[in-house]
Design a protein around this ligand. Structure first.
Ligand code: ADP
Ligand code: MG
Length: 367
């Protein structure tokens, strides 16, 4: 089921008499979610991710704009008629019911012509449980399950009605690191197996990058960029997106364009013949540095951390916004740790320039 979000806006009225300005939680949001894909909705806390999800499932009504499932306009349709399965951050299982009863619950509530026979309900419950691999735990109560297992029960409960659309709101944030990795792999597998169009909300860029077919990066209710995860990482449209994606994060330095060259501090590091003289913000990914004794950028060497396959070179530069620059290079590179400085040449496809005011990306590479 393709989902089309058309110019969606959601305003919440200002809460107090003093603060009358509305909160614009979602601001002219337009995006088409292709059928059968998993879209990761990514952004910092408070940027409007949950509100967007609530609009898709019908728990909130948009202030303006429309939502289509396929060709059907569902904007005014109540949630129970949208065919949406939703999983929240806190699994919200019924503690006094067994796993089986929890999964069965949404089916028992079906009315009228949607009502199912007992056999059909049991069949679907067993199928959903098998899909998330909790079929061995059907008689337990939620209190007797680990966090990861509880979350899987919640996913089974969302799948049992065979929804057209699956919506997951930060479903992994209550799990510990290892379970989070494992469960996100499982969600990906389940999504592939069922082909259900899925929207996955997270503030964790690593999570979104690893499981999404497409990502949508949001800030203050506004879409910043959409695309394949790798595309967005490789070609960020602005400083916010560049900073938000990637661990360790991108290194940010002050730069100056003068006479067709980019200067960092006193050193000319790059030819930028097409650009006018100006101050710029320079972003360099950790993998954009190549240790090179004849390289154009000189930094003060702080320390070298060996991390198995890679080494991390920590250095400092007066033009850097943060206290240090982190470069990640293959362990076969050797760095003279007794030296006070380290010199780098730069990978041009890992170096981005941004306008100082608008923070939009400035294209400097020649076509
Ligand atoms: P996220 O899920 O990305 O953390 P939300 O969608 O929950 O963000 O919230 C987006 C913005 O809308 C926030 O500023 C939040 O305070 C505000 N907001 C969300 N729900 C309501 C509400 N019911 N009433 C007023 N403001 C709200
Ligand atoms: Mg939220």
């Amino acid at each position: 089921m393709k989902i089309v979000l058309q110019n969606l806006t959601k305003k919440f009225p200002g809460r107090s008499k003093k603060l009358r300005t509305d909160v614009v939680a979602v601001d002219h949001f337009s995006f088409e979610i292709p059928d059968g894909t998993l879209v990761g909705l990514l952004g910092p806390s408070g940027c409007g991710k949950s509100t967007t999800l609530n609009l898709i499932c019908g728990l909130e009504q948009p202030t303006s704009g429309k939502i289509f499932f396929g060709d059907e306009d569902v904007t005014k349709l109540p949630p129970e008629h949208r065919g949406v399965g939703m999983v929240f951050q806190n699994y919200a299982l019924y503690p006094h019911l067994t796993v089986k009863q929890n999964i069965l619950f949404p089916l028992q509530n079906l009315k009228g012509k949607e009502k199912l026979s007992k056999e059909e309900m049991d069949r679907r419950t067993a199928q959903a449980a098998a899909l998330v691999q909790i079929d061995g735990l059907m008689d337990r109560k939620p209190g007797e399950l680990s966090g990861g297992q509880q979350q899987r029960v919640a996913i089974a409960r969302a799948l049992v009605k065979m929804p057209r659309v699956l919506l997951l709101d930060e479903p992994l944030s209550n799990l510990d690191a290892r379970l989070r990795l494992q469960t996100r792999e499982e969600i990906r597998k389940i999504q592939r197996a069922t082909g259900i169009t899925t929207v996955f909300v997270t503030h964790d860029q690593d999570e979104a990058m690893s499981i999404s077919d497409w990502i949508v990066v949001m800030k203050d209710g506004v879409i910043q960029q959409t695309g394949r995860p790798q595309e967005v990482y490789d070609e960020p449209v602005n400083l916010f997106v560049a900073r938000f994606l990637g661990t360790p994060p991108i290194n940010i330095l002050h730069g100056t364009i003068k006479d067709g060259r980019l200067y960092i501090g006193q050193e000319a590091v790059l030819d930028t013949p097409a650009l006018a003289d100006q101050e710029v913000t320079v972003g360099i990914r950790p993998e954009g540095f190549i240790p090179d004794e004849n390289g154009p950028l000189t930094c003060a060497l702080r320390r070298v951390e060996v991390m198995g396959r890679d080494i991390s070179i920590i250095s400092a530069h007066e033009a850097c916004e943060d206290s240090c620059i982190r470069a990640i290079v293959h362990a076969e590179n050797s760095v003279d740790t007794s030296s006070e400085t380290v010199r780098f040449s730069l990978r041009t496809n890992k170096l981005f320039l941004f306008d100082r005011t608008s923070e939009n990306r400035i294209e400097w590479r020649q076509q």
